[in-house]
Every structure is written in structure tokens, then in C-alpha cells.
Design a protein around this ligand. Structure first.
Ligand SMILES: [Zn+2]
Length: 217
């Protein structure tokens, strides 16, 4: 069985592992000041909502494959798991390749553009298997406009993308522009995270068709 035959489908269309579904709802409670930063009033929920860097995350229910997929929505928890643990964003399987470098495919909105993924590029895109990447670049409108693929030796967590609050504006929650906040920044105490961001080092541009041929041989 080929890798892409394991993809979850809805009405015959493969649905990426990180895509949100209609039954999945945000359950983030109101924010309070907790120490020198933001938090939730419920201490247990607050602890559960934090990652290894103590950054607070938006809470969503889990209901993958229930209802309808929303291809524009990314589930924060599944994105975080995939990007942190190097799981394929399409099939959800382990995608780390220590020998050749882990495969990343970025669209035309990447900071480095479409020439090549630059060293130190920061992205929210989890990795892909070569065959899953072909499926993604064929179907995803964002990648159909153009993409660049690279094998990455050292993908490391950099920070998060989310909404940064100041302590005087905790409720009602303002929906401001999202910002990138590094794990080394003091702003990590004031951000409600939606995505983990990965920094890519040791990038080597590759041809996707060639990667698929290698994977299948
Ligand atoms: Zn995959």
C-alpha cells in the first residue's frame, strides 16, 4: 500500500491531518492576569494549555473526521504536535529523516520566496513525506501557486504565532493581528498561541519528483 492510500479522505478528497473539522470548537476561557503574564482562572486548565516553554495555547475540542473538513482551518493542537514531533502534516505519520534531512515544502508566501528555503527560515508548516507532499502541492491552492522543497537537517522550535495581549485588555478578548513571538522573548508570557513556528537550518533544496522516486525505489 502506498503512503497516500493511508490518507484520511472526505467525499474522495484527502484531508490533511492538521486540517480543522466542523465539529471542532474553540473552548478558550476568558483570560486573567496570572503572575507576570496571561493565564486562565482554572489552574488545572491553565497548566494543561501550556507547552514546554510555558506558552499559553488556545483550546479547541478534538473531532477529526467528524462533520465536514474546513480546508482553510488548521487545528492548533494537531499543528503543534506535527511540527514539534516531526509528523507529516498530511498523513500524520513520522516524517523525520535523520539520514537525508526532513522534507519541508513551503509556498510562495515563505520569507525566502521561491528560489530556495533560506537558512533560518521560520515556518508554521510541519514536514511531509515525499508522496504526501505531491498530494499537497497538487491540491492545496496555496501551494499550487508555487512551492519550494528542501531537506532540512536541523528543524528546531523557534516560537509561536498568536495574539499578544497587554494586561489592561484581558476581557473582552481583542482580536488583533497575529504576531510571531520567539520562545526566548518576554512577550511569550502575553501571547495566546495558535501555531508553533519552526526554524529551519541545514536546508538543501531538492526536486520533489526525484524525492518521490527515491521514496518508492
Ligand atoms: Zn505523510
Amino acid at each position: 500500500m502506498s503512503r497516500t492510500e493511508t490518507l484520511l479522505t472526505h467525499k474522495g478528497v484527502p484531508v490533511p491531518a492538521i486540517t480543522g473539522w466542523s465539529v471542532e470548537q474553540e473552548t478558550t476561557p476568558p483570560l486573567i492576569q496570572r503572575g507576570f503574564g496571561i493565564g486562565f482562572a482554572d489552574a488545572v486548565l491553565d497548566a494543561q494549555a501550556r507547552d514546554s516553554w510555558q506558552v499559553l495555547w488556545r483550546l479547541w475540542t478534538l473531532g477529526r473526521s467528524k462533520g465536514e473538513p474546513d480546508f482553510k482551518a488548521v487545528h492548533p493542537l494537531r499543528q503543534r504536535r506535527a511540527a514539534r514531533d516531526m509528523l507529516c502534516q498530511m498523513c500524520g505519520g513520522p516524517a523525520q529523516d535523520e539520514k537525508r534531512g526532513t522534507l519541508f515544502v513551503l509556498g510562495s508566501d515563505a520569507d525566502s520566496g521561491l528560489g530556495a528555503i533560506r537558512q533560518g527560515e521560520i515556518t508554521s508548516e510541519p514536514p511531509l513525506h515525499p508522496e504526501c507532499a505531491v498530494e499537497a502541492v497538487t491540491r492545496c491552492p496555496h501551494l499550487r501557486k508555487g512551492y519550494v522543497a528542501a531537506r532540512v537537517e536541523w528543524p528546531v522550535p523557534w516560537g509561536v504565532r498568536g495574539t499578544v495581549y497587554d494586561l489592561t485588555e484581558l476581557w473582552p478578548q481583542p482580536r488583533r493581528e497575529q504576531e510571531n513571538v520567539g520562545y526566548g522573548s518576554d512577550a511569550r508570557r502575553f501571547v495566546l498561541a495558535d501555531r508553533i513556528l519552526i526554524e529551519l537550518h541545514g536546508c538543501r533544496t531538492v526536486d520533489l519528483d526525484e524525492e518521490v522516486r527515491r521514496a518508492q525505489s
